[in-house]
Design a protein around this ligand. Structure first.
Ligand SMILES: Nc1ncnc2c1ncn2[C@@H]1O[C@H](COP(=O)(O)OP(=O)(O)OP(=O)(O)O)[C@@H](O)[C@H]1O
Ligand SMILES: C[C@@](O)(CCOP(=O)(O)O)CC(=O)O
Length: 189
């Protein structure tokens, strides 16, 4: 299988708009070219099976997943502690891996970023930011044990992002998003 031409690794706090940006990239590049891969997908899949939960609802943007977030984090960390690459490998060993552009929509830990930078020199690391007030309007509520823990803060110290996208609204997002899109398109030409 040919290697992807660009591996776009997205990171950002809850409700900063990671899924929104991932979907926008796929929309602009086309779903034949661009695949969205979620590190949390294999985690949620296995967690749903073991706990008899609705996998699709764990994946969507509703409140459902929030009831299970603390325990899912604990569950995932048990596996990550044994093998930090576990979910990175599972998320990318999928049929969509033949796409030219991969969007990894939810890097959270230094080990996630290290994994992609080590295995794919075409990695483009992107931090998405939105003001707390905007995140709150999108449904964010600070949860101790989640928003002050590694799952949400593990990449706060990273300074060498390839792109930082401010996503308080679509208009603000657009300018930096276009630069990101141009960089991806250069990799495709
Ligand atoms: N630029 C934007 N314009 C309009 N709505 C937006 C924008 N960015 C995000 N949203 C909306 O805000 C909500 C949260 O966005 P999204 O689900 O992408 O965040 P997230 O970072 O993936 O959150 P989580 O970590 O909780 O999964 C969604 O309903 C999304 O449609
Ligand atoms: C359990 C976890 O994968 C949930 C992620 O959910 P979401 O990306 O916010 O939809 C977070 C984590 O792995 O720390």
């Amino acid at each position: 299988m040919a290697a992807p031409r660009a591996v776009v690794v997205l990171s950002g706090k809850r409700k900063s708009g990671k899924d929104f940006v991932a979907n926008l990239l796929q929309e602009r590049l086309g779903c034949q070219v661009c695949a969205i891969m979620r590190l949390s997908a294999p985690l949620k899949g296995q967690y749903a099976k073991e706990h008899n939960l609705d996998f699709d609802r764990l994946l969507d943007a509703s409140d459902y997943k929030e009831h299970y977030r603390v325990d899912m984090i604990r569950w995932g960390e048990e596996r990550r502690n044994q093998d930090p690459s576990f979910f990175c490998r599972l998320a990318t060993e999928v049929k969509e891996a033949d796409h030219l552009v991969w969007v990894i929509s939810d890097a959270r830990r230094l080990t996630d970023l290290d994994y992609f930078r080590k295995h794919y020199r075409q990695t483009i690391a992107v931090r998405i930011q939105a003001d707390d007030t905007v995140r709150a309007e999108r449904g964010f509520v600070f949860t101790p044990g989640v928003d002050d823990a590694e799952s949400e803060c593990g990449l706060d110290t990273v300074k060498d992002w390839d792109f930082c996208l401010n996503n308080n609204n679509q208009q603000q997002l657009e300018e930096q998003f276009t630069l990101l899109l141009n960089t991806i398109q250069l990799n495709l030409s």
